[in-house]
Design a binder for this molecule. Sequence first.
Ligand code: 13P
Length: 247
Amino acid sequence: MRRPFIAGNWKMNMTAESGAALIKELKPLVKGAKCDVALCVPAILIPTMVRAAKGSRIKIGAQNMHWAKNGAYTGEISAEMLKEYGVKYVIIGHSERRQYFGETDQTVNQRTLAALANDLTPIVCVGETLEERESSKTNAVLDKQLTDGLAGVEDLTKLVIAYEPVWAIGTGKTATDEQAQETIAYIRKKLSKLFGHKAANRVKIQYGGSMNAANCKGLMAQKDIDGGLIGGASLKTDFATIVNFDK
Ligand code: 13P
């Protein structure tokens, strides 16, 4: 049985003031949730949001981290720095990082291994572009992202996969329940080949891409979908509706 996991990705949004105010509103709303809940916030907001979320179901995550322990990497953040504030989750290889900041499957792999070595739970993002989907390359793209991005991972169940079709992110164009289920089932099948059936059956796979209060129930009802990685809808109290998808 895989426990559902709903995570928000604030991306480059919110301030210390507006973020803390939203968490204050969310706290009572997510109290009875039966799933794991996280908000991945901009690095500079982490200390304030950890304080704001204290005593609630909401765990605070980061949106990226570097693989080195420390050193001359201007602008980067280490696992140790995240852990010092009680961070548990870290998004790795989001498509926006791949698209705008040169993230590759190799750097995704380095970050993922470093997160695991530091007892952080990486949320590893994979997904195809519209062009790749339309030219029937989705499975090949996912194969490569999973094989290269997860190379050397010893215990697959210590991480979370987020399937985020790039064409569904921030576009309001969600994958249909069937499309999301079909692709996530494919991902599980691929993981089964790479890591064995038992681990693939236990690993959590989220869907991400315009998931919202209205479409979350249908997506979450799918057999292989274990949660969501929520962008826009995590910036408002709609996030609580998604967390309570089973109510
Ligand atoms: P939206 O929910 O805004 O489409 O963003 C999805 C996403 O990229 C989460 O990481």
